[in-house]
Ligand binder design. Structure first.
Ligand code: NAD
Length: 358
């Protein structure tokens, strides 16, 4: 059987890590008909839009996509391509597993947790009003009527919507994921002591949903204490479920627990569509030099293979990555630096990808 998948190479290191990822997927023997589509800052320069309609059509047609990171074009007036894609396909769940692997060079050896990030609301909803704009003034005046002086007149405003329906479906997703993967605990992360309306709603919704999953342990943690707990003893954590912004930040923190951004995969999952991508960005500082680590995207491809029903191939990819890392002879500069403090003797993106494929 041949699977049809949209491939968006993206910007910066995107094309190089995508090429390595495709060679690894080809080595599994699973047949993929790759439909390449464009998005990102480079696409904006060529087509005048960073997210052409043909790309949206391609993702809608295949229902499964994998993408390299995309940069937001400066001065285009366009916001984030990722936010636009997540919204267009209602990819409400962002799943980011963080697993220690021998040879990852991290100071931790026992991390096995999954960040489940709400992907569609919160401060990422993009409802923002510039300082001095008529809309900002209007909002400040309206709020001033109820709470005089609550907002300084020279403020910019960002709106943080968190809904019962949005919270319920992401928390339910986290519990269903935990149940399907045989995980023991779900932790809902919030700042309900300060943001009683929005984070309070998220926390109370999580507490209510948790009652439907009595076999899975449940706890809530305040985001700041949670970050400290993650750094002190990450083994205390299993599945974390978080509103959008905390999920974004905690994802990078957790990537740091398992060797860094070069090793952290992810999936954006909706009801009818899934887009797989690494946690990291386009890394413009190392783009085009064949030194990026393609592992995060390769492991995202393993998640994609699972999603396509090719679990054995997904396991093969994970095993290949583990084995190349454990041998330690052929690792990219980021991992080499973790291990020895210097990038000397590191393998390039191409050579490392070939070693995993082999
Ligand atoms: P970044 O993740 O691109 O880079 C942060 C640091 O990590 C850099 O030093 C980089 O060299 C390093 N790094 C990242 N990925 C690596 C890899 N695979 N191998 C080795 N080193 C790696 O974050 P940034 O610099 O804040 O963002 C750069 C651009 O990427 C911005 O335009 C941002 O908007 C975009 N971005 C896109 C996505 C996405 O498409 N999903 C996610 C985050 C950021």
């Amino acid at each position: 059987m041949t699977h049809t998948v949209t491939l968006i190479p993206g910007d910066g290191i995107g094309p190089e890590i995508c090429a390595a990822m495709q060679r690894v997927v080809a080595a599994t023997g699973v047949k993929i008909d790759w439909r390449e589509a464009q998005a990102g800052a480079g696409t904006y320069e060529q087509c005048g839009t960073p997210l052409p309609q043909e790309t949206l059509d391609a993702v809608a047609a295949t229902g499964v996509a994998i993408k390299g990171p995309t940069a937001t074009p400066v001065g285009s007036g366009f916001r984030s391509i990722n936010v636009a894609l997540r919204r267009a396909f209602d990819l409400y769940s962002c799943v980011r597993p963080c697993l220690s692997m021998p040879g990852d060079g991290s100071r931790y050896t026992d991390v096995d947790l999954v960040v489940v990030r709400e992907n569609t609301e919160d401060l990422y909803a993009g409802i923002e009003f510039d300082q001095g704009s008529a809309q900002a003034r209007h909002i400040i005046e309206a709020i001033d009527q109820a709470q005089p002086g609550a907002i300084r007149p020279d403020s910019a405003i960002s709106i943080k919507p968190i809904s019962v329906s949005g919270s319920e479906r992401i928390v339910r997703y986290a519990f269903e994921y935990a149940r399907a993967q045989g995980r023991r605990k779900v932790c809902a992360v919030h700042k309900a002591n300060i943001m009683k309306a929005t984070d309070g709603l998220f926390m109370h919704t999580a507490q209510r949903v948790a009652k439907d999953y009595p076999e899975i342990e449940f706890e809530t943690r305040i985001i700041d204490a949670c970050c400290m707990g993650l750094v002190v003893n990450p083994a205390d954590f299993d599945v974390l479920v978080l509103p959008n912004l905390y999920g974004d930040i905690v994802s990078d923190l957790c990537a740091g627990l398992v060797g860094g951004l070069g090793l952290a995969p992810g999936a954006n999952i909706g009801r009818d569509c899934a887009i797989f991508e690494a946690t990291h960005g386009s890394a413009p500082d190392i783009a085009g030099q064949d030194i990026a680590n393609p592992t995060a995207l390769i492991l995202s491809a393993a998640m994609m293979l699972d999603h396509l029903g090719e679990k054995a191939a997904g396991d093969d990819v994970r095993q290949a990555v583990r084995s190349v890392l454990a041998q330690g002879a052929c690792v990219t500069a980021d991992i080499r630096r973790n291990l020895t403090g210097s990038a000397q003797g590191a393998a390039g993106c191409t050579a490392y990808g070939d070693a995993v494929a082999e």
